[in-house]
Ligand binder design. Structure first.
Ligand code: ADP
Ligand code: MG
Length: 426
């Protein structure tokens, strides 16, 4: 009997995970909760939200799902892995206590201090007055971070003391992030190049993925407001073999060992958000799951069966698996609704989606929904179009060739994804 797998989530990351799992030679039977209009063609979508732990558990038990794979951070922070393990259900992802490395930036700094991981200096505050007083003396720019999960909106890089204080007040006094912002970190600003490196880990062995870079700003040339991610590319030339090895040895192993020693072993995907300054990697943050849109460029380059990797992690035998990668490149262009990341309209018909799989491009759905035979926009980030190629220039051309053929009212995308790669001299 085919192995039954449930993927939790509904974005481009989850579409990519489902798409990759569908290629497993073991032909798994795939389910996704809640999924989207693209995932539907590969998996049975079930209308259970990603943070409805009880609902997900009931579904897994009644459908006799063999393995659950968690996409987003919210169910991890709620303790889905602990609950599933208690019920003897196989699940891929870190426990609630291990996922604090993402869900609390203060905890993450404590781990880094204990593991001697290079990271910008920071001070945490639980009260408004001392935070404001501390800011007075701080050099500019300065970075203000809400401690908890804030859907990518909890960080302000302030260039004036006034703006920094406003960020602290918004977080602590006006509680714009709710309890997540009652504690803040005030952090030293680093000027460098950002890089993402993720790793599979079973709590003992670390298997790093290829380095990637994403584009957070909404507009060409990296201008305008921050978004959930407008595109990504992989491998990023900034992530040289030497740098990746250094990050494996000086970041991932110490972090994983420290978490284990503290009684919260980490199993799943550990994401290091890095700032590379004069060739030295500093950790800005850890995430406890795969990144979006980085997943849309990394998993297409994974040669090893993703199901084998996930099982090796869950069964603590990653040391026995050689994870291999294709010697290719990938570029993902995210198509968004007009107005995103501000308010935007949904329910626009999407035209030009390829009827058949195209060998050089994949269209990963994020905010989409089906109405009859039509696929409509249903979110801010709508699609992620990934092009593959021998070089980044070819992958970029493939991604844009497909992007240009897809249309919907008010569609926006950046036209310069991967531009940093072409200018990079690591
Ligand atoms: N110390 C820092 N120096 C410079 N830029 C920073 C610093 N910390 C964060 N940033 C910027 O803010 C973004 C978001 O910060 P991050 O710590 O990754 O939090 P989150 O992803 O949870 O919003 C980073 O991708 C980076 O661009
Ligand atoms: Mg980040």
């Amino acid at each position: 009997m085919a192995v039954k797998i449930l993927v939790i989530g509904s974005g481009g990351r989850e579409h990519t995970m489902v798409w990759k799992l569908a290629q497993s030679p073991r032909k798994p039977r795939l389910y996704c909760a809640p999924g989207n209009a693209g995932i539907e063609s590969l998996a049975t979508c079930v209308p259970i939200n990603a943070d409805d732990i009880a609902g997900l558990k009931t579904f897994v038990q009644s459908e006799q799902i063999d393995l659950t794979v968690v996409g987003p951070e919210a169910p991890l922070a709620l303790g889905i892995v602990d609950e599933f393990r208690e019920a003897k259900l196989k699940i891929f992802g870190p426990t609630k206590s291990a996922s604090r490395i993402e869900a609390s930036k203060v905890f993450s700094k404590e781990i880094m201090a204990s593991a001697k991981i290079r990271t910008p200096a920071a001070q945490s505050f639980d009260h408004l007055a001392p935070a404001l007083a501390y800011l007075e003396q701080h050099e500019l720019p300065v970075v203000v971070k809400a401690d908890g999960l804030a859907q990518g909106k909890g960080v302000v890089v302030a260039t004036t003391h006034e703006a920094a204080k406003q960020a602290v007040r918004d977080s602590m006094e006006h509680a714009v992030f709710g309890p997540a912002g009652q504690r803040v970190l005030i952090e030293q600003f680093l000027d460098g190049e950002e890089l993402t490196i993720m790793a599979f880990t079973d709590g003992r062995t670390v298997s790093p993925m290829l380095p990637a870079q994403d584009h957070k700003r909404v507009g060409d040339g990296d201008v305008g407001p921050n978004t959930g991610g407008m595109g990504a590319y992989c491998p990023a030339p900034l992530g040289t073999a030497a740098l990746c090895e250094e990050v494996t040895k000086q970041v991932f192993y110490p972090a994983v060992e420290t978490l284990s020693r503290m009684g919260c072993p980490f199993q799943g995907v550990l994401y290091a958000g890095l700032m590379v300054v004069k060739g030295l990697p500093y950790v800005l943050e850890f995430n406890a799951r795969m990144g979006d849109p980085e997943t849309q460029v990394i998993l297409p380059l994974l040669k090893t069966d993703l199901l084998e990797v996930i099982e090796a992690v869950v069964e603590h035998r990653l040391d026995q698996l050689r994870v291999e990668w294709h010697a290719e490149t990938a570029v993902c262009v995210v198509m968004t609704s007009a107005g995103y990341p501000g308010s935007y309209q949904t329910g626009c018909v999407i035209d030009g989606l390829p009827p058949l799989p195209d060998p050089a491009t994949m269209v990963f759905h994020a905010g989409t929904a089906r109405t009859g035979a039509k696929i409509m926009t249903a979110g801010g980030r709508v699609l992620g179009v990934t092009g593959l190629g021998k070089t980044l220039a070819v992958a970029q051309a493939e991604a844009y060739r497909m992007t240009r053929s897809i249309t919907f009212d008010g569609a926006h995308y950046r036209t310069d994804i991967a531009h940093r790669a072409f200018a990079c001299r690591p």
